[in-house]
Ligand binder design. Structure first.
Ligand code: NAD
Length: 285
């Protein structure tokens, strides 16, 4: 796995940009964070794609995962109870070990201090919740939960009795079939989470986009929605992404955008420092 934080040096130029980002956050009325796999790289969780990615190493999982589940939920659960191999094994082991990093904690602090209204994550690793973020929308689900495919009730694994003789397990609220909460290929985003995402993005006048290539829909469209409504975008990513190029084009047409080139942990901690110490216009979320 490539550790994008190794050897990172905070230059004066980047620090000045982070200061600018802090002023944008202080002036914003409703800031939403959108995070992706890059944020958890510093927690030891590899991304799926790119160098060191799980799919690069083990190959992509089937793209019709949800249709397979619907065709035979019993077989799906039986296969989940068997020892896993390949990328799923690699992911399960790293998820079990992972702890939130400085970036997760900085985002939780920004929320606590009224600078972040909500956080949409594409990550399934539960690390934002563990770091203390409260207004959290896990758009691809949470690997520690199971969800009813009918009424979307969610349960921790401990709350569900899994009887290998009587699979699949059913929802105690409505009797619907339970599935892991993580969203499979081909599965619609759970409607409660999607509604929450649209509602908060509609109000956003600033978005902090951290550690995502912003290529997986529908999350990828949220920064563009905010831009179209005249909001500011602050990207945190050590590498140029597709979004970076779109932000450059938008800036040329008068939009307010910043691309902070550095690893999420160091950049977000510095951002928190500047938000606390910067003076200037102020509006709490
Ligand atoms: P992605 O793998 O497509 O992109 C990751 C981005 O993070 C890249 O642009 C990369 O340059 C950047 N990055 C790498 N190191 C970073 C660092 N230290 N700080 C900040 N940015 C860094 O990820 P994605 O856009 O989230 O899309 C992948 C999909 O895979 C998502 O849907 C997500 O659900 C899933 N996924 C989740 C996890 C997890 O839960 N931790 C892990 C792997 C994949």
């Amino acid at each position: 796995m490539s550790d994008s934080s190794a050897g990172f040096v905070l230059t004066d130029a980047l620090d000045a940009e982070i200061g600018h980002a802090a002023r944008l956050l202080r002036a914003a009325r409703h800031t939403v964070a959108l995070t992706g796999a890059g944020l958890s790289v510093e927690s030891g969780i590899p991304p799926f794609r790119g160098p060191g990615g799980l799919w690069t190493k083990y190959g992509e999982p089937p793209l019709d995962g949800y249709q397979r589940f619907l065709r035979d939920p019993r077989e799906h659960w039986e296969s989940r109870l068997r020892p896993v191999e390949g990328w799923a094994k690699g992911l399960r082991e790293t998820l079990d070990r992972a702890k939130p990093n400085a970036g997760h904690y900085a985002l939780a602090e920004l929320e606590r201090e009224g600078r972040l209204a909500s956080l949409i994550t594409q990550n399934i690793d539960d690390l934002h919740g563990q770091a203390g973020t409260r207004s959290l929308l896990e758009i691809h689900g949470n690997a520690r939960l199971v969800r009813c495919i009918e009424c979307v009730a969610r349960y921790t694994r401990d709350q569900v009795q899994i009887d290998p003789e009587n699979l699949p397990p059913h929802c105690e609220r409505c009797g619907g079939i339970l599935k892991e909460d993580t969203v499979s290929f081909g599965e619609p985003i759970p409607p409660d989470v999607l509604r929450g995402c649209y509602a908060t993005c509609e109000r956003a006048d600033c978005m902090l986009v951290v550690g995502t290539s912003a290529t997986v829909y529908p999350a990828a469209e949220f920064p563009y929605d905010v831009l179209r409504r005249g909001g500011a975008i602050i990207e945190v990513n050590p590498h140029e992404s597709e979004l970076t190029l779109a932000l450059e084009r938008a800036t040329a047409h008068g939009a307010t955008t910043l691309s902070l080139r550095g690893p999420a942990g160091a950049v977000l901690q510095r951002l928190l420092h500047h938000v606390r110490s910067t003076s200037g216009p102020e509006t709490s979320a």
